[in-house]
Design a protein around this ligand. Structure first.
Ligand code: 5AD
Ligand code: SF4
Length: 456
């Protein structure tokens, strides 16, 4: 028996943006009496917040829907289950979802979830045996952020804040401009208000989110605009906000103003996710990226001049149509030069409706997979080298929670590496100076040097 309380299970696929959207869906659903649950079994509503970026990501949704269908079938009227598909697959394939999985009740895109109460009411009114056919995938003229409740308390000390959405870059492989729509920046004052609320609720670190976050140009309410650099400077004035990060950035939009912010704002962490995708100018041009490898290197040289301890992470695509061995060597060379301390790498996946999907010279899967292996091994080596170089250094670490071993706490370094340290429990929620004494592939071990180190 479920009693009166309604339960919702939200399953999130894909990027940080989706993680953020799922949290905001929770904020919308709580006032309607929905409690969160961590599986479909006892859920009255299941929302799959989906990702469309690569074929595998999309296909996962249909296999999950197949499983949910069986659970839904076993439910009686009192104990029914609403199935919703949200996110980028919903946006891109709206009606096709209803065709392939007619038992799905609601389909809505990333710009529509503030309408959840209305959609749920519609679904309840439209009682039928199959799906209830509620579809919302247009890009509404109104700003969903104006209709969302204030965010509830972030978990832990680190919070995400979405400031920008969508993309006008149209890289030839990418679905984002179609699923997330045109670039949009939230007004500066709204962002500032949300940041102050998050800090008041205990956040010490805020990560600003956007598909093209460094293209941010938020209305300042006075006929002007704030750049990302300006926004970061203003955020740094909020008392109690110790760490600022932003992701994901587009290389050709790293402005001098943003670079200066890296020099001037100590709360801005010396770690930047700046996807390059390929090290070959030929491939970059075919991808419609607005930068060459030389321009990329020049940008990071400027960034490092501003902030010498800056490190970079990236995304890579291998096996893009027309990529040959020399192009691939150029990519490996780039990794050796820049020494990316982390990277997400993918085999190119043709996406319906994108220009690259119909390009000549598609690379054979076996070749692309082989290249991915080589690239990932090199990235692993570079990462291990960076982690080893950290040994003996001191870093300010934000201690976030207890570790698995007794007496151990876990925190994050400025470079997002998990750091384990023996330290008293009351240091959780503090920034401490730790000396790194041990490096592993994905984490570091440390000892306590000094407590309550604030930024300079
Ligand atoms: N195939 C493979 N990888 C892709 N990405 C985006 N589109 C594709 C695609 N069609 C990768 C890019 C991007 C990351 C989020 O996903 O590297 O930066
Ligand atoms: Fe996709 Fe390119 Fe836009 Fe990034 S910049 S979201 S890869 S189109």
């Amino acid at each position: 028996m479920m009693g009166n309380s309604k339960k919702v299970f939200i399953k999130t696929y894909g990027c940080q943006m989706n993680v953020y959207d799922s949290a905001r869906m929770e904020d919308v659903l709580k006032p309607l009496g929905y409690e969160m649950t961590d599986g479909p079994k006892d859920a009255n509503m299941v929302i799959l917040n989906t990702c469309h970026i690569r074929e595998k990501a999309s296909e996962k949704v249909y296999s999950e829907l197949g499983r949910l269908k069986n659970i839904k079938k076993r439910r009686d009227e009192e104990n029914e289950m609403i199935i919703a598909v949200a996110g980028c697959v919903a946006q891109a394939e709206g009606e096709e979802i209803s065709r392939r999985a007619p038992y799905v009740d609601m389909v809505f895109g990333p710009q529509s979830y503030h309408n959840l109460p209305e959609m749920i009411a519609k679904a309840h009114r439209a009682g039928n045996e199959q799906g209830r056919g509620v579809l919302m995938t247009e890009f509404p003229a109104e700003d969903k952020f104006d209709h969302l409740p204030a965010p509830t308390k972030p978990e832990g000390y680190s919070a995400f804040l979405s400031i920008q959405e969508g993309c006008d870059k149209f890289c030839t492989y990418c679905v984002v401009p179609y699923t997330r729509g045109a670039e949009y920046s939230r007004p500066a004052e709204h962002v500032m208000r949300e940041a102050r609320e998050l800090v008041a609720q205990g956040a010490m670190e805020i990560t600003l989110l956007g598909q093209n976050v460094n293209a941010y140009h938020g209305d300042d309410g006075r006929g002007g605009e704030w750049t990302l650099g300006r926004l970061i400077r203003e955020l740094a004035e909020i008392d109690g906000l110790e760490r600022i990060r932003y992701t994901t950035s587009y290389p050709a939009e790293v402005t001098d103003d943003l670079i200066t912010a890296h020099a001037e704002v100590p709360q801005l962490m010396p770690y930047l996710h700046l996807p390059i995708q390929s090290g070959s100018n030929r491939v970059l041009a075919a991808m419609n990226r607005d930068h060459t490898r030389e321009q990329y290197l020049e940008t990071i040289a400027k960034l490092k001049a501003a902030r010498p301890d800056l490190a970079l992470s990236s995304d890579f695509i291998v096996g893009f149509p027309g990529e040959n061995e020399r192009d691939f060597e150029d990519t490996l060379d780039m990794i050796r030069q820049v020494k990316f301390i982390l990277a997400y790498s993918f085999v190119y996946s043709p996406r319906p409706g994108t220009p690259a999907a119909t390009m000549d010279l598609q690379v054979e899967a076996a070749v692309a997979n082989e290249r991915l292996q080589v690239l990932q091994q090199l990235l692993k080596d570079v990462q291990a080298e960076f982690n080893n170089d950290c040994v003996g250094k001191e870093f300010p670490i934000l201690l976030e929670r207890e570790g698995r071993r007794e007496g151990q706490l876990v925190g994050r370094s400025p470079y997002m590496q998990p750091v384990h340290v023996k330290a008293p429990l009351d240091l959780i929620g503090k920034i401490a100076d730790l000396k790194i004494i041990e490096a592993r592939q994905n984490s570091l071990g440390a000892e306590l040097v000094n407590v309550e180190r604030k930024h300079a």
